[in-house]
Design a protein around this ligand. Sequence first.
Ligand code: DCT
Ligand code: MG
Length: 427
Amino acid sequence: LLDISWYTESMKAGHPVEILDRHKLQEQQVDESKEVESIVPSYACQRRTTLENHNTVFTDALSLLAENAELSDEDGRGVAFRRAAAVLKALHSPVTDLLQLRGLPCLGGHSLRVIKDVLENGASSEVECTKQSERFKALKVLTGIFGVGAKTAERWIREGIHSLPQLQDSAHTLNRAQQASLEHYDDLNQPVTKAEGDAIGEIVEKAVMSVLPGAQITLIGGFRRGKLTGHDVDFLITHPEEGREVGLMPKVVSWLESKGFLLYQKTTRNSYLESKDGPARPSSNMDRFERCFSIFKLPEDAKEGTKQTETLTEETPEDTGRLTTPSLVKDEGSESTKRANLKPWRAVRVDLVVSPISQFAFALLGWTGSKLFERELRRWAGHEKAMSLSSHALYDNTQSKYLRASSEEEIFAHLGLEYIPPSERNA
Ligand code: DCT
Ligand code: MG
């Protein structure tokens, strides 16, 4: 590993110029104009991060290491790399010299080594090594099945399972979500476009309107932040009259199912009760709304702008399986893949969330992301404001009371943060 202790030491000492001068940089003039930013706040929720990233070469490298850490069940290390990448994403120009990073927060020794390697050699040896490792490749393939997490993948790899055919040949029984996801593996691992997201939005809107006129549906997740592609499409549904949203999800799901739009769905009930749960954040801030994880069957002509809500022709499960599991049988680019691409629809992961109007602003903020932005908001609330933020509520521990809000702006204000619009939450 590269030795950059001189650099981190100097950062810690708070006198970067002097210390850099004392070490082998005597000859080098420190050019103040090279400093990219003078002050970058340390919480991602205090920064504006658009999709315009001037430092993808570094952020891609750091994100890959973050992904590898997360897939290895080392979330702490994963977050450290994500935070470092997020700082670079917020910069307004490309980094061309390590000295430009003086004073920036969240850049630990490991991340700096990676950046230095990329600056000097065009690539990080650690990243290249990780990308090529059999373990990383296997973790990616196996966790590409929705419902397979780091722990399950790790267990399978220890048993010698590295690929989908090996998994299929093994004695493992998959749960319903995993089976469905495996069946549509290629489609689900192909990015969803904004056009496809909009087409699904029209279908979901039609479903919601026909079962509860007056309900409101909002595109959330990455597409609300302006991303052009995503791994799924997320929607938040509410009704302006508190309580009218109760029982809505099963009706929406039945409508979609009756029209043949769902290849798979699993609905979980709303289990959040303020009086019972109290301010303490549930172990996951995500899982307490009435929520439906689904795999949509999106007709090709729907995404070309035709509003199609007609009943689709039924296919037998055998047909579906044969058409949509090409990579399990042969390599990519095989005859069966080409055949599969001829099918007049594609499978897309869709998340539907229903929230009562009283929690809508919190749900909207919590589900817009990015994941790091959300994590930082909750950390800011807890560490800096003694508050607990979830997708349901904001609790002030000092005043021992809930802080109500009917817009995202009000929540930022409660938190003492400048309002950041969705398009600038791409940390
Ligand atoms: N979310 C979160 N914490 C998680 C998972 C999700 O705060 N562990 C929030 C942030 C984004 C939102 O929920 C939707 O989740 P994803 O669809 O996973 O994220 P995304 O930003 O929409 O990513 P993509 O564009 O790839 O779908
Ligand atoms: Mg999403």
